[in-house]
Design a protein around this ligand. Structure first.
Ligand code: MLT
Length: 323
């Protein structure tokens, strides 16, 4: 008798989640971007949301929930009902580094279901135009010669720009004074205005300002030059051999979200990434599409775990103090 009840319950649950998925989505979906509007995360999310609406038939609303290096926004998203209507947008900083910087109160792997790996881009070392350095070697010499550390803009402790700054300090023996913002969109405004000295920023966020001559670009943290910025040398060419970093993004939903719903969100994301107009927009920002074999949800899960193993030791050794 007990066995029959269990079998009936299992069938009911399965039917229930399938029925849920069949109706999904039946109302707008929220993508929580854990950084301020106008930054690289926000820009990518909005481009994808616009095209995903075509596949899903419902609007995807981008909500900027900022603070603490993006960890507040991730927490908000993963504590939402696991029904597919709240998506957590993030990247190497928010879904890897933050776990080594903050006592999060949640688990970046156990409390999230991966949906899809998104485009990535190298970082670029940029400064305000007033910095008296024309090459990366001159910039590093200038940083070392300063009586006080230069002001480096970030999107908060544990953000991609902060991790990249720690990495730069690590390999050059320089010291930076981090200035946290709610995203590298606002940080870029201050860099252009000369209020801060430099950033190690996502290429997609800096590229238009470098092209316009509003800030100076020194090198990209990749083994090859960016197609969208062919005149900017790589860190290897600029004398900082091996200083490579790729900031990848991704989307997740709360743990327990039915697999059929995750599959629908993944399919809509893949449609967007395969759309020629979307690819053109993203590639023009210096973003590289994820390889096709990295698009299934489980590929993001495996990648996130590998990146945690790679980055946590360096971040923990940096002993980042967060107030
Ligand atoms: C970061 O530095 O983590 C991101 O570039 C911040 C952002 O997307 O605004």
């Amino acid at each position: 008798m007990r066995r029959m009840v269990l079998a009936a319950l299992t069938a009911l649950l399965a039917f229930g989640s399938t029925a849920l998925a069949e109706k999904f989505p039946s109302r707008p979906i929220t993508i929580v971007v854990p950084f301020a509007a106008g930054g690289p995360s926000d820009v990518m999310a909005r481009i994808l949301a616009e095209r995903m609406k075509t596949t899903l038939g419902e609007t995807l609303l981008v909500e900027n929930v900022t603070g603490a290096g993006g960890s507040i926004g991730v927490g908000r998203a993963l504590r939402s009902p696991p029904d597919g209507y709240t998506v957590s947008f993030g990247h190497l900083g928010t879904h890897v580094a933050n776990g080594a910087v903050y006592k999060l109160g949640y688990d970046l792997v156990a409390d999230l279901e991966p949906v899809a790996l998104l485009p990535s881009n190298p970082m670029i070392i940029v400064s305000k135009n007033a910095v008296p350095a024309k090459t990366l070697a001159e910039l590093i010499a200038w940083l070392k010669a300063r009586p006080t550390p230069a002001a480096a803009g970030t999107a908060g402790a544990g953000s991609g720009s902060h991790i990249a700054g720690l990495y730069l300090e690590n390999v050059t023996g320089t010291k930076l004074q981090y200035v946290p913002y709610r995203g590298t969109g606002p940080a870029m405004n201050d860099l252009v205005a000369g209020q801060i000295d430099l950033m190690v920023d996502q290429l997609s966020n800096s590229i238009n300002q470098v092209r316009a001559g509003n800030i100076r670009g020194y090198a990209v943290t990749d083994t090859k030059r960016a197609a969208s910025a062919p005149d900017i040398p790589t860190t290897d060419e600029a004398g900082l051999s091996g200083f490579h970093m790729t900031l990848w993004s991704g989307m997740w939903v709360p743990k327990g979200t039915p697999g059929d719903i995750v599959a629908k969100l993944n399919a809509a994301t893949v449609d967007a990434l395969n759309d020629p107009a979307v690819r053109k927009q993203l590639e023009n920002l210096g973003l590289q599409m994820p390889p096709t074999d990295q698009l299934p949800p489980q590929a993001l899960g495996a990648w996130q775990k590998a990146e945690i193993a790679k980055w946590w030791p360096m971040i923990k050794a940096a002993n980042v103090k967060v107030d």
